[in-house]
Design a protein around this ligand. Structure first.
Ligand code: AMP
Ligand code: TRP
Length: 339
C-alpha cells in the first residue's frame, strides 16, 4: 500500500552519559549520511527519556550539550537537519500522554529494555521507565516520520511504535499516523563489548575497558583494542568462518563499519593473520576515524551558549512541524479547541 506521507527521518539519542563507538557506528555516523538524500531529517537529544532513571541536573545539562555536540561532530548540520532537545518541544510529552491511553500496559511489560533496566525490583522503577516506549512513539509520530535509523537494540521499541500507530488509526477509523519503517542497516547495528562478545557495548557497562568512548584519546583507544578479548586462531577468509567466534566477529565488523567496507572485504586482506597483526591495524583505523570527531566535539563544547542557541532554533523548527499534527490528533480524539 502506498501512503501519502512525505519521507521524513527521525531519530534520537539519550543524554544519559558518555557516548560510545556503538552509538557512533549504530546511529550517529548514519544520521549524517541520510542528510540530503531526499528525506527531511530530524534529530533529537531525548532528555525526557534520560530522566526515566535518575539524572543529576547539572550532569544532564552537560550531557545534553555533549550529545548535541556529538551529532554535529559526526556531520549532522543544523542548517540541513532539525537538531533540538526533546523537552523544549512540549508536543512530545503531550502526544505521549495521548498514546498512554492508546497503548496497553501489557505491551510495555514485554519490552526487554524495560526488563533489563528495571531489574529485579521493577515495582520500584519510575512509571516513566515503563511508559518510555509510548514517549518514543510520540517522538516519531509527532512528525509523521516514515523511517527511523537506530541500532538493533531499538527494534522492539519501533515495533511498538507501529502497533500504537495502527491501533490509533484503527480505533479512530483514520489513516492519520504512518506505519514507520525501522532503518537498521550496515555492519555495526550491534557493536559488542570488547570484554564479552555476547553483550552489547554500552555506556552503562561498569567496565570502561568494555567500550570505546567518543571522548577517549588515541592512547586509550589503542590500549582498549590491544586488551580486547579474542581467541588464538588466525583470521579466516570470510565472515562465514567467524560464525562461532563472537569477539573476533565484533572486531572485524567494527573495522568494516569504520572503513565502509564489508566484513568479507576486510578479511580478504587479513586472511591467515592473527590478532597481533589485526589489532594494531584496527586501532589505527579507529583513531583515524574518531580523532577528528573527538576534536570537533571539544570545539563545540567550548561554546555551550552557541549549542543552546542551535538547540533553541531547532526546537522552534520542530514545534512548527509537530504542533499542527498534535492539534489534529486531539481533534480526532474528540477534544474541543475553542481558541
Ligand atoms: P542510546 O544511547 O541508548 O540513546 O542509543 C542511541 C542510539 O545508539 C540508538 O539508535 C541505539 O540503537 C544505538 N546504539 C547504542 N548502543 C549500540 C551498540 N552497542 N551498537 C549499535 N548501536 C548502538
Ligand atoms: N530509545 C532510544 C534509545 O535508547 C532513544 C530514542 C528515544 C529514540 N526516542 C527515539 C530513537 C525516537 C529513535 C527514535 O536508543
Amino acid at each position: 500500500m502506498t501512503t501519502s506521507f512525505a519521507p521524513r527521518i527521525f531519530s534520537g539519542i539519550q543524554p544519559s552519559g558518555g557516548l560510545t563507538l556503538g552509538n557512533y557506528l549504530g546511529a550517529l555516523k548514519r544520521f549524517a549520511d541520510y542528510q540530503g538524500q531526499g528525506a527531511e531529517t530530524i534529530y533529537c537529544v531525548v532528555d525526557l527519556h534520560a530522566i526515566t532513571v535518575w539524572q543529576d541536573p547539572e550532569k544532564l545539562r552537560h550531557n545534553t550539550r555533549e550529545v548535541a555536540a556529538a551529532f554535529m561532530a559526526a556531520g549532522v548540520d543544523p542548517s540541513v537537519s532539525v537538531l533540538f532537545n526533546q523537552s523544549q518541544v512540549s508536543q512530545h510529552a503531550e502526544l505521549a500522554w495521548l498514546f498512554n491511553c492508546v497503548a496497553r500496559i501489557g505491551w510495555m511489560y514485554r519490552m526487554t529494555q524495560f526488563k533489563d533496566k528495571a531489574g529485579k525490583n521493577s515495582e520500584n522503577s519510575s512509571l516513566g521507565l515503563l511508559a518510555y516506549p509510548s514517549l518514543m512513539a510520540a517522538d516519531i509520530l509527532a512528525y509523521h516520520a516514515t523511517a527511523v535509523p537506530v541500532g538493533e537494540d531499538q527494534k522492539q521499541h519501533l515495533e511498538l511504535t507501529r502497533d500504537i500507530a495502527a491501533k490509533f488509526n484503527h480505533d479512530y477509523g483514520v489513516n492519520f499516523f504512518p506505519i514507520t519503517e525501522p532503518l537498521i542497516e550496515g555492519t555495526a547495528t550491534r557493536v559488542m563489548s570488547l570484554r564479552d562478545g555476547s553483550r552489547k557495548m554500552s555506556k552503562s557497562d561498569p567496565s570502561d575497558a568494555s567500550r570505546i568512548n567518543l571522548t577517549d584519546d588515541a592512547d586509550a583507544i589503542a590500549q582498549k583494542i590491544r586488551k580486547a578479548r579474542t581467541d588464538a586462531d588466525p583470521l579466516p577468509g570470510s565472515m562465514e568462518g567467524l560464525k562461532d567466534r563472537p569477539e573476533a566477529r565484533n572486531l572485524v565488523n567494527i573495522y568494516a563499519a569504520l572503513t565502509g567496507e564489508t566484513g568479507d572485504q576486510v578479511l580478504a586482506r587479513f586472511e591467515g593473520q592473527g590478532f597481533g597483526a589485526f589489532k594494531p591495524a584496527l586501532a589505527d583505523v579507529a583513531v583515524t576515524a574518531l580523532a577528528p570527531i573527538t576534536r570537533r566535539m571539544t570545539e563545540f563544547m567550548a561554546d555551550p551558549a552557541e549549542i543552546d542557541r542551535i538547540l533553541g532554533r531547532g526546537s522552534e523548527k520542530a514545534a512548527a512541524i509537530s504542533a499542527p499534527i498534535i492539534e489534529r490528533t486531539k481533534e480526532i480524539m474528540g477534544m474541543i479547541r475553542s481558541r
